[in-house]
Every structure is written in C-alpha cells, then in structure tokens.
Design a protein around this ligand. Structure first.
Ligand SMILES: O=C(O)c1ccccc1NCC(=O)[C@H](O)[C@H](O)COP(=O)(O)O
Length: 274
C-alpha cells in the first residue's frame, strides 16, 4: 500500500462519518446558500506569463515531515499571508495525517478576502459540496487518486458551482489525462505522493506539456526564492508553498520575495534599463 492509498483509506472513513452526521442534502443546501465563490483562475493570473502568484498554505503537519508548526491561530496566519501578497490561501482539511480540519477552513474563510483552496484528497462529490458550503472557492483533484470519469464529473460539478479545481499531476501520463479533461488549472506536484520523494526537476519535464491559456502551478518543495525563480523559468504561473511559510518567522515578507523572484516581466511603469 502506498502513502497515498493509506491517506485515502482514512479520508474515506472520515467522510463516511461526516456523511452520517450531515447528509448530502443538508450540505447541498448550505453550499447553494453560501456567498458566491471568488475567481481563483483570475487571481492566479489567468494563464498569462510574466508574474508569479503565490498560493500560501496553512499546513500543520505532513506524512513526510511530521509536525511542522504549532498554528494556534490559522486565521491570523492566513491574514499575514494576505498582507504579504498571496493570491490564494490553501487550507489543508485532512485530519489524520495533516492535522487540518473544516474548522481551520471556516476560520481562514472568515479572515481573508482572497480565494480559498480546500486542500484535501477529493474522492467523492460530497467533499466538493462540503467545500462550497464552508466558503471554499477551489478544490484539489489529484489525478493519481481518480478515474477519468471521476475527474470529468468532479470538474463539471466544481464549475457548475462557480468554483475552480486545481487538477494535480506528477507524471506525463497524468498531465495528459488532466489536459484531456480540459482542466483550466493544472498543478505539477514535485512530491511523489506514493513515495514522498521530492524531485524539483519533475516540474520542468512536465510543464511544457500543458497548453497555453492554462494556469500552471508548481507544487511543493519551495525552500527559497531561487526555487521560485527556477519554477518560473520552467513556465510556472504560480507556486504552492506550505512548509517554507509555516516554519518562517515572517511569512508575509517571504511571500513578497517569492512573488518578486518569480516575476519574468517587469511591473508596469518599472524601467527595464537606464
Ligand atoms: O506534504 C506531504 O508530506 C504530503 C504527503 C502526501 C500527500 C500530500 C502531501 N502534501 C500535500 C502537498 O501537496 C503540499 O502540502 C503542498 O504542495 C505544499 O508543499 P510544501 O511546500 O513542500 O510543504
């Protein structure tokens, strides 16, 4: 059994329990009554080259590293990410291996005016309705964990609800499946979710397979501004950063530096010479 299989087994058990406590009809009604979603595709630059959006993650722990940070106030952390210029806030809601929760999502949603990603292992449409009911604007669809039929139907539901999905890939075959599904936002996770190994070169090998007009996200393994610059050179419009931010004493400044490092065209009005 891989790490991903193990995580998903736990996700399915927890999901069955939440479903017992709150039937889908209730969650659907709450989702339809929630304020309209924010446009993450635009917030991430709509696939235009030149700038670097930062998706800043609220991440308490992980299977690869164990406990990362004692996040007493996820809302305050997310507010600091927003002050630093993050484009989207990611909130891990998986409980067993990442220490996250829907309560973290609620706290962050209430604290920021940015699009919020409900970062979980989506295996059932219930989780998409649930994400919307809790005010999320984006969900994660991991190609390695889903059939083509599931990707198509989850993507369709996401778009029907006015949300976006980050369709996450790690291999050439997964990128082809994400592209075939017509995903407007594709992430390349340089962390192999089956072995937890990080290989930053994976991004450069796969990003060029993604058609222009798609938002391309480099996920995981960002240690510093140089990593962001490398991902930008490989074609990333955005980076998804967890550990480097939650472990940093000044995440807002770090986000500013990452955005700057990934910019490949000058800001309007900034002279390029002289
Ligand atoms: O982070 C892990 O160890 C992990 C293990 C298994 C499945 C998923 C995992 N992480 C999810 C992520 O994609 C990251 O939280 C995200 O990309 C940020 O990564 P990082 O900046 O390296 O913390």
């Amino acid at each position: 059994m891989t790490v991903l299989d193990d995580i998903i087994e736990g996700v399915r058990e927890d999901l069955a329990e939440r479903r017992r406590r709150r039937p889908l009809e209730d969650v659907r009604a709450a989702a339809l009554a929630a304020p309209a979603p924010l446009d993450a595709f635009e917030a991430l630059g709509a696939g235009r080259a030149g700038s670097m959006a930062v998706i800043a993650e609220v991440k308490r722990s992980s299977p690869s590293k164990g406990a990362l940070a004692d996040i007493a106030d996820p809302a305050a952390l997310a507010a600091s990410y927003e002050r630093g210029g993050a484009a989207v806030i990611s909130v891990l809601t998986e409980e067993r291996r990442f220490g996250g929760s829907l309560a973290d999502l609620d706290a962050v949603r209430a604290a920021v005016g940015l699009p919020v990603l409900r970062k979980d292992f989506t295996v059932d449409e219930y989780q998409i309705w649930e994400a919307r009911a809790h005010g999320a604007d984006v969900v994660l669809l991991i190609v390695a964990a889903l059939t083509d039929e599931e990707i198509a139907s989850f993507l369709a539901l996401t778009h029907r609800l006015g949300m976006h999905a980050i369709v996450e890939t790690h291999t050439e075959e997964e990128v082809r499946r994400a592209v075939a599904a017509g995903a407007p936002i594709i992430g390349v996770n340089v962390r192999n979710l089956k072995t937890l190994e990080i290989d930053r070169d994976v991004f450069g090998r796969l990003a060029h397979l993604i058609p222009s007009g798609t938002v391309v996200i480099a996920e995981s393994g960002v240690r510093d501004a140089d990593d962001v610059a490398d991902y930008a050179a490989g074609g990333a419009h955005a980076v998804l950063v967890g550990e480097a931010l939650v472990r940093h004493s000044d995440p807002a400044t770090t986000i500013g530096a990452f955005g700057q490092a990934g910019r490949t065209s000058p800001e309007p009005g900034v002279p390029t010479h002289g």
